[in-house]
Design a protein around this ligand. Structure first.
Ligand code: ADP
Ligand code: 5GP
Length: 219
């Protein structure tokens, strides 16, 4: 498998060499990135992992200009920002990465302060972000644990989104078109996990984190 996220064309690992300190470029970072098509179960799994805490884990709360869905809470699901505030923070360099996701006109981004919050707690930062964002994170944290989540049947995403009942038909259609491109990027992640059975998927990801934590502790 060509590991394009983690290795450059000459086999050179991308990233910033900061001499082994924590933060961008460090080789002992505790950063885990979870991506996958809409409906693959990312949010469900993130919540389960945070509850079960197989390793010390902090969910990095993203900022977004998308309006909250029913039941979503400020500072818990996202920091919901007005577009001008998102732009102000972007210009102030507060984002580690940001992207317009799904061609929706809405912006999403990971705040540096969220990774700092996790590091201060001595915990893993768990980022649920799209493929573009994952590439940017790996440039800065080449040793990040990257996990791509999918379902074995392509129909399943759509059915789950319909059952979730939070998106309009037009949004579901757009997300399904984008799912094809996202699935094409799955091979660039270090780990691919199938979420057909929720409990097995959570167990598998927990095991990936425990193994990496053990490696880091042994180093
Ligand atoms: P994402 O964050 O990737 O868009 P969600 O976590 O919101 O996906 O999951 C989409 C829907 O599918 C939710 O209603 C969730 O309860 C459901 N779901 C998650 N995992 C499974 C699974 N393994 N089997 C069936 N339904 C699932
Ligand atoms: P949703 O609107 O369903 O909450 O999220 C839509 C998409 O945005 C998902 O694919 C999710 O992974 C992605 N996303 C959420 N937060 C971020 C972020 O901070 N950065 C990037 N690049 N993508 C994000």
């Amino acid at each position: 498998m060509t590991d394009c996220f983690h290795r450059g064309p000459g086999g050179v690992t991308h990233g910033i060499d900061n001499g082994g300190k924590s933060g961008p470029g460090a080789t002992d970072s505790r950063v885990v990135v979870l991506s996958g098509p809409s409906g693959s179960g990312k949010s469900t799994i993130v919540n389960r992992l945070v509850e079960q805490a197989p390793v010390r884990l902090v969910k990095a709360i993203s900022a977004t200009t998308r309006p909250p869905r029913a039941g979503e809470a400020e500072g818990q699901d996202y920091y919901f920002l007005a577009p001008a505030e998102f732009e102000r923070r972007r210009q102030a360099g507060e984002f580690l990465e940001y992207a317009e996701v799904f061609g929706s006109g809405y912006w999403y981004g990971t705040l540096n302060s969220e990774l700092d919050r996790a590091a201060r707690a001595g915990a893993w930062a768990l980022l649920e972000i799209d493929v573009q964002g994952a590439r940017r994170i790996v440039e800065q944290y080449p040793d990040a644990v990257t996990i791509f989540l999918s379902a074995s049947s392509p129909r399943e995403y759509e059915e789950r989104l319909r059952r979730r009942g939070t998106e309009s038909e037009a949004t579901i259609r757009r997300r399904m078109e984008i799912a094809r491109d996202e699935l094409a990027a799955a091979g660039f992640y270090r780990h691919q996990v199938i979420n057909d059975d929720l409990e097995s998927a959570v167990r598998e990801i927990a095991q990936i984190l425990i193994s990496r934590e053990n490696e880091l502790n042994a180093a």
